[in-house]
Design a protein around this ligand. Structure first.
Ligand code: NAD
Ligand code: MG
Length: 412
């Protein structure tokens, strides 16, 4: 393989100064997006061995009651609600506990900055960028669920990780799997990284049937229980496109060495092929508590209640090629990955608008990919797909892309 850039996860394999296994005290943990699917799974693990963790800060967007309940249960020092209108409710719910309450974007960033050994970055969407960057600047461990951060700001984010010396541990199940299958690998020896996709609820649907697919049908994921946005992304296969971009920034491989395959059972999460013909895969029941546990405990292992795999009972594992004509979002995402610069930031922003519009019944299922593609074309014409050197550049392009997507949307 030609020269491949070394990227931050490769650093994490060598675990030098900040090896968390060396901690002789509980791990100080902050959870950004504590009330979401990943946040709750993280805190579920914490609640099973509370003596091993000290919860520093918890955040949420608008559910003050749920946030307060988690903050009380885990004796957090700080609880931050994104929506400032919810601060009074949060304060009331935390009265008498001694837990500090705060609100707004600056407070979310502050939560990410308070000294912690590990920050779980589990806010959904580009809203997670600033707090996740702040967590990276701490120079400790970032357990990254917020894939949009790597998709939109991959080069800038990985540069920040490098600069601060932080460890980046992927939480996305496919990337956690690749991380484990790659441990210690010489980048020159890696031939291919293949992410698996469940295929979502519409895997076997015809294109005609997809025309009329409803939000309710799209929200019924066959294997995984996740937040609404990623569940829709799984139904369109945009999620796999976002994950290819995520993998490109995490692992030392070129675009051509990244691929995906549909695997309806969601048991094999990723396959890494080496130049000698060996293929290493990671298998686990589809439960995010396994990759979360990997990210929290690495290079050690912690117990997780994930159902144990019983291959004899499963009987067979099957694989098929993804169909980009029925799932055009995958093709659109791959094109944005190859385009590079701020192409993936435009892709991500447009997709967030499109998913919201689909959930609000403003567009049809197949129009999600069409709207994203139109936005990419419009952004290219405007010169908005360009190199970016800092987070503010990315956020400015994110803003432009959202406006372009809203413009297109008004014509649907
Ligand atoms: P979710 O919708 O269940 O939860 C999102 C969390 O972020 C909530 O706590 C919410 O309050 C908070 N939040 C939402 N908007 C916010 C805003 N504007 N500002 C601040 N906080 C905000 O989402 P999820 O399914 O837990 O996903 C979280 C992230 O993890 C996403 O980036 C997703 O792609 C990624 N991920 C999730 C899964 C999964 O199984 N759920 C798997 C892989 C990766
Ligand atoms: Mg995934």
């Amino acid at each position: 393989m030609a020269s491949v850039p070394s990227r931050p996860v490769a650093q994490a394999h060598s675990m030098t100064t900040s090896d968390l296994s060396a901690l002789s005290r509980p791990m100080r943990l902050t959870v950004l997006g504590a009330t979401g699917s990943i946040g709750k799974s993280t805190l579920d693990l914490v609640s099973r061995t509370p003596e091993q963790f000290e919860i520093v800060a918890l955040t949420a967007q608008s559910n003050a009651q749920a946030l307060a309940a988690l903050a009380r249960q885990h004796r957090a020092k700080l609880a931050v609600i994104g929506d400032e209108n919810c601060l009074d409710a949060l304060r009331d719910a935390l009265a008498g506990t001694g837990i500090r309450a705060a609100a707004g974007e600056a407070a979310l960033v502050e939560a990410a900055e308070i000294p912690a050994d590990c920050v779980m970055a589990a806010i959904v969407g580009a809203a997670g960028l600033r707090p996740t960057f702040a967590a990276a600047a701490q120079g400790k461990r970032v357990a990254l669920a917020n894939k949009e951060c790597l998709v939109s700001a991959g080069h800038v984010f990985t540069a920040e990780i490098k600069k601060s010396g932080a460890e980046l541990l992927p939480v996305d199940s496919e990337h956690s799997a690749a991380f484990q299958a790659l441990a210690g690998a010489d980048p020159e020896a890696i031939e291919k990284i293949v992410l698996t996709a469940s295929g979502g609820p519409f895997r076997t649907w015809t294109r005609e049937a997809l025309e009329t697919a409803t939000p309710e049908q799209a929200l019924k994921h066959p294997n995984w229980s996740m937040g609404a946005k990623i569940t829709i992304d799984s139904a369109t296969l945009m999620n796999k496109g976002l994950e290819l971009i995520e993998a490109f920034h995490l692992f030392p491989v070129s675009h051509d060495a990244l691929d995906c395959v549909v695997h309806p059972q969601s048991v094999v999460h990723c396959l890494v092929s080496y130049v000698d013909g060996s293929v290493l895969a990671q298998l686990a029941a589809p439960d995010m508590r396994t990759p979360i546990a990997v990210a929290l405990a690495w290079p050690n292992r912690m117990t997780s209640p994930t159902e144990k795999l019983d291959l004899a009972r499963l009987g067979s594992l099957t694989f098929e090629a993804p169909d980009e004509s029925r799932f055009p979002a995958l093709r659109v995402a791959k094109a944005a990955m190859r385009r590079g610069d701020t192409g993936p930031a435009v892709l991500n922003a447009a997709n967030e608008i499109a998913v919201r519009a689909f959930l609000d019944r403003r567009i049809k299922f197949l129009e999600i990919a069409a709207l994203v593609e139109e936005t990419l074309d419009a952004a290219e014409r405007q010169g908005a797909i360009c190199p970016a050197s800092c987070l503010d550049d990315i956020l400015a392009v994110d803003d432009v892309a959202r406006r372009l997507a809203e413009d297109s949307l008004s014509r649907y």
